[in-house]
Design a protein around this ligand. Sequence first.
Ligand code: SF4
Ligand code: SF4
Length: 205
Amino acid sequence: MDAKTCIQKLQYVGVLAFATVDSDGAPQVRNISAIHYEPDAIYFFTARGKDFCRELLADGRVQVLGYTKYKEMIRLSARAVPAPEDEQRRWMDVIFAEQPYLANVYPGDTREIGVIFEIRSGEIEYFNLGVRPILRGSYAFGAGEPRAKGYEITGDCIGCGTCAAHCPQGCIEPGAPYAIRQEHCLHCGNCYEKCPVSAIRRREG
Ligand code: SF4
Ligand code: SF4
């Protein structure tokens, strides 16, 4: 798995959930399909008068979520910015050509109320619940950097094996110290709660 494959999978999903933060700090989420996909970037259309557009212009942080029929969750965290002025027309034409329904929503020159935003860098998390053990990964694209999440076992481990016995995915390996196979970890925290000597800590992003 890699960032490009994740972006491709988002394209197959087609309709994605876009979450932003409003001026009160409250989450706002909506489905968007007016999207064009490049191998390492996405472009999407919205209208200037919409709260979505205002939130993107004011803050820019966005999370994009897709879920495939194979139980793969793909979450992209990024900042969206308006595409350069001299590219707005080009990407708008591309998106309207790829999504014919848009011509019904914004017929004729009413599409001029639209703004094209671009996401060219960020972090993508991939999480596949359809296999055992589950599979996860974090990938950067553009100038983005993946953040460490979940749990890790420290040198305070006394090797008792309690965490491994209570891991629902069997992804803790014996050793000195024991170790979590991060690509199979649910981030459920059961090992963290069960460790008798508090040798497991959260990974900070
Ligand atoms: S429960 Fe704690 S001390 Fe025991 S093996 Fe796991 S990390 Fe080490
Ligand atoms: S967080 Fe959950 S899945 Fe991950 S190692 Fe701990 S118990 Fe296992």
